[in-house]
Structures are given as C-alpha cells and as structure tokens.
Design a protein around this ligand. Structure first.
Ligand SMILES: [Zn+2]
Length: 237
C-alpha cells in the first residue's frame, strides 16, 4: 500500500485532468468538427470522381471528332470517284460504301447524345460536390474557431495539472506506474481502486462490481493488493 501512496495522489490529479480533456473531446463542437471533416472529404471525393468522368467524356468527344473528320474525308473521296466513273456497277459499289459510313456516323451520333446526358449529370454532380465542400469548409472553420477558443480557456488549468503530475511522477515506482499507464490507456478511470466490502464482512468487490475470487482475495489480504480478474484494475486494501 505504501508504494501506492504517490500513485494515488497522481491518480487524483490525473482524473481531474482527464475531466478537463473530456470536456473538450466530448464537446458538441468536437463531434461537429469530425462530422464536418467527414462531409468535406465526401464532397472532395465527389469532385475528384466527377473530374475523372469529365476527362473520359472529353477524350471520347475528341476521338469522336477525329473519327467524324476521317469519315468526311473518306465520303468526299468516294463521291469524287463516283462522279468520275460511268460504270453503273462501280457507282453502286461506291454508294454502298458511303451508306456504310453514314450508318457508322448515325451510330456515333446516338452514342454522343447518350454521353451528353452523362456529361450533364457529371457536371451537376461536380458542381454539387464543390458547393457542399465549400459549405462544409465554412462550417468546419466556424466550429474550429469556437473549439479553439474553448481549448484556450482550458489551457491554464491543463498546464497546472500537468505540472502537478510531473512533480509527482519521480516518486512513483516504475512498475507501479507502468500498471497505471496500461490501465488508463484503456480509459479505466480510476485505475487503482480501494477494495469494497461486499457487505458480509467476508468478501470484497472491485470498482467494476465483481466480487473477488478466493484467489484474488487471499492475494489482497496477503500483499495488500491484487488485480481484478474481470477489469484488471489494481485493487488495494
Ligand atoms: Zn474489476
């Protein structure tokens, strides 16, 4: 128990510090800030995605354009040939080729109008993403400003408590401190707890509510401390 005295003093201050930090971490503004961050990232993802879609559409338009130019050139060539020949059979053959090119062009036209719908959708999604992103950034900045102000108000108190902790720490045995740090890393406050009489003056309970096993209890009576088999807290008497 003696080796725990300093630690218990440390714990008292540490719990006070935890409360102040919780006030900040669990404040509505902290939650809102996280939310704004997530929504901003979602909006950003939409913008990136639609930018990619737009690139695809543009490259499709460009290849369609060069295909159309190619068709135009080829049609003119075929028409020239048709004018120069008197052979009916050859004219028929050339006309069939021109017809084929026309079919291809109308197929392309159909695809282009489909793409145009898609392009409109991509543009709308892009604008929406940008708009949402802008809004979320404004919300984020606003909340952050408030939260920073709140943090600043708490800073002197935090600094004072941390100074106290630093002053207490050198007197705590290293192994005891290690146990304490491991428990508090799991947010178990208090980590070191006094054994609670279970009511029958024969058994003890832990802070978590569980009654100590025979083994833990004899260790407690023997060494003045034991670990809870349920929550791992250090129990002292
Ligand atoms: Zn326990």
């Amino acid at each position: 128990m003696e080796n725990l005295n300093k630690l218990l003093e440390y714990q008292k201050v540490d719990i006070e510090l935890r409360k102040v930090l919780d006030e900040i971490e669990r404040s509505d503004d902290s939650k809102k800030l996280e939310q704004a961050k997530t929504e901003f990232n979602n909006a950003k993802a939409t913008v990136t995605e639609t930018e990619k879609a737009a690139e695809n559409i543009i490259s499709f338009y460009n290849s369609a354009l060069s295909f159309m130019e190619e068709c135009d050139k080829r049609t003119n060539e075929l028409a020239d040939k048709m004018e120069k020949t008197e052979d009916i059979e050859a004219q028929r053959e050339l006309a069939a080729q021109i017809e084929k090119i026309r079919d291809k062009l109308s197929e392309l036209e159909r695809k282009l109008s489909e793409r145009s719908e898609r392009a409109d959708k991509a543009i709308a999604a892009y604008r929406d993403g940008q708009e949402r992103g802008k809004k979320m950034r404004a919300v984020y900045n606003n909340v952050k400003e408030r939260l920073d102000k709140f943090k600043k108000e708490k800073e002197p108190k935090i600094a004072e408590l941390m100074k106290k902790l630093d002053a207490l720490k050198p007197d705590i045995p290293a192994d005891v401190f290690e146990v304490y740090k491991a428990l508090t890393a799991e947010r178990k406050y208090p980590a070191f707890v006094a054994a609670i009489d279970a009511g029958d003056k024969k058994h003890y309970r832990c802070f978590c509510g569980i009654t100590l096993s025979q083994k833990a209890q004899s260790e407690l009576l023997d060494k003045g401390q034991c670990r809870c088999e349920n929550c791992r807290r250090l129990i002292y008497k």
